[in-house]
Design a protein around this ligand. Structure first.
Ligand SMILES: [Zn+2]
Length: 94
């Protein structure tokens, strides 16, 4: 099952599609190309799982380091060990 979000590709659409609507598809079911109520051509918006995949990729240590960020893992209260980036190897040591 996957959730798809649809909006009219152009024009105002009808009561069903004018503000966009969501439709749950079974695996392998073809996405809608036209509104089932009024026949207006539809475009698909990004589904939520695609956005989550993208966020996870951007928070990966290698991606953060490439863009100048450092990432730390908590060792214990107040002490952190670097896992990515150019920052100091440890934070919180006395
Ligand atoms: Zn419609």
């Amino acid at each position: 099952m996957s959730l798809h979000e649809y909006h009219p590709a152009h024009g105002a659409g009808c009561a069903l599609c004018c503000y966009g609507f969501e439709r749950l598809h079974k695996a392998g079911e073809a996405p809608l190309t036209h509104c089932p109520a009024c026949g207006t051509a539809l475009r698909r918006a990004l589904a939520a799982p695609a956005l989550i995949d993208s966020a996870a990729r951007h928070l990966a240590p290698a991606h953060l380091a490439r863009h100048g960020f450092s990432q730390y893992r908590r060792l214990e209260r107040g002490r952190y060990e670097k896992i990515a980036g150019d920052g100091p190897d440890r934070l919180g040591d006395d």
